[in-house]
Design a protein around this ligand. Structure first.
Ligand SMILES: Cc1cc2nc3c(=O)[nH]c(=O)nc-3n(C[C@H](O)[C@H](O)[C@H](O)COP(=O)(O)O)c2cc1C
Length: 357
């Protein structure tokens, strides 16, 4: 199986309506202490109910460590489980009439049936990812590295973006407790109104999450397939519903001239910095010491109650569908922690590779 990691080994299994989600994570530095309270707080950012217009399915997301963490200290391969306590499989059954743009149709063709609640394709899998990501974030923080994300666009409403200057970490940390994790609080009311209107039509919304890693050393990554951008993409595209990953200015750099796109070097307090950061802290696949910036776009939730066209695979005819079950009108606020996780794990892997942790 392709992996974004050279040193870490991660496996996530289970499904939305199975007994539990499971995580195994191998290759972490032993002897490091993990703060259970901080990990809990991190996982709570992904839980439904923290933000409006998330799925009405409530889960405690209790984490049970079965191996590798003794009295809060990493002692080897970590094994953890999150029980699913609030399943309702009777709400689902999309093998005959697949939900447009969910994984039902491809699952029927590849595995014989569409798994209940989206199974391993469900956004619920990101709960297990966030256990690994929360641990990675803490290990990086103990080396002064912060990985933080926020929403820069939601339901078509543009909020502040790193294109206009990378915010201070505290600005992002505070925004995780706003009604929506956007760094510009003046946008919250219009976002709320827009989502209310979309929900009232039985529709859904997507958006863009930006992630910044502060205080990286120079030298993480390598050329070609060892490059940070490729490894970050592989990790980020593992999150369901991700449709693009951009590094730094991303596709906007394509229309600039070299003289505007280039990040000139300068000495600042004896340290080499770049005066702009259009390359997002990466040159030639290797971190250059500036903040690493990535932009991730997410599709709108595919399960909508608004009527859509589909097919009836049993009858071999065209059909209509109004999706039932419990779904996020927008899952972007919940996906912010998943993005931080995917990025943190790649950076941790590179730090271990460079013997820096
Ligand atoms: C945190 C999170 C929550 C999600 N919640 C839902 C949901 O409630 N309903 C749904 O249809 N899709 C939801 N999704 C998206 C689907 O899992 C995803 O669109 C689907 O598996 C198809 O994969 P693809 O969009 O990558 O092609 C969620 C995704 C994430 C990251």
């Amino acid at each position: 199986m392709p992996s974004p990691f050279n040193k870490l080994k991660m496996e996530i299994s289970g499904g939305s309506h199975e007994k539990c989600l499971s995580l195994t994570l191998e290759g972490l530095p032993e002897g490091r202490r993990i703060d259970a309270g901080l990990l809990r707080k991190f996982l709570d950012r992904r839980k439904s109910g923290k933000y409006a217009f998330s799925t009405p399915r409530r889960e405690e997301d209790e984490v049970i460590f079965t191996e590798g963490l003794t009295d809060g200290v990493i002692t080897g391969k970590i094994k953890a489980e999150i029980p699913n306590n609030n399943t309702r499989p009777s709400d689902y059954g999309y093998s005959a009439t697949p939900r447009p743009s969910h994984a039902d149709y491809v699952a029927v063709k590849k595995y014989g049936a569409a798994p209940s609640g989206g199974g391993a394709f469900s956004g619920r899998m990101t709960a297990a990812l966030c256990i690994a990501g929360g641990i990675a974030k803490q290990l990086l923080a103990s080396h002064g590295i912060k990985v933080l994300a926020y929403i820069s666009e939601i339901a078509g409403i543009g909020c502040s973006t790193y294109d206009n200057g990378v915010p201070e970490p505290s600005v992002i940390e505070i925004c995780h407790d706003y009604a929506y994790p956007v760094t510009d609080a003046s946008k919250i009311n219009s976002v709320d109104e827009q989502l209310r209107s979309i929900a009232s039509e039985g529709d859904s919304a997507g958006g863009i999450i930006e992630c910044i890693a502060y205080n990286l050393p120079v030298g993480l990554g390598g050329p070609m397939t060892e490059g940070l951008e490729g490894r970050l993409s592989l990790s980020l595209f593992a999150i369901p519903a991700v449709k693009s990953v951009e590094s730094g200015l991303g596709r906007k750099i394509a229309s600039l001239r070299g003289s505007d796109a280039n990040d000139p070097f300068a000495y600042e307090n004896g340290k080499v910095v770049t005066l702009t950061n259009n390359s997002g802290g990466i040159n030639g696949g290797i971190s250059n010491g500036m903040p690493l910036t990535v932009r991730v776009s997410f599709r709108p939730t595919p399960s909508i109650s608004k009527e859509q066209r589909t097919v009836n695979l049993e009858k071999g005819e065209n059909d209509l569908i109004k999706v039932r079950g419990r779904h996020d009108v927008v899952f972007l606020p919940r996906a912010v922690a998943a993005v931080e996780s995917a990025v943190s794990l790649v950076i941790l892997d590179c730090m271990i590779e460079n013997n820096l942790i």
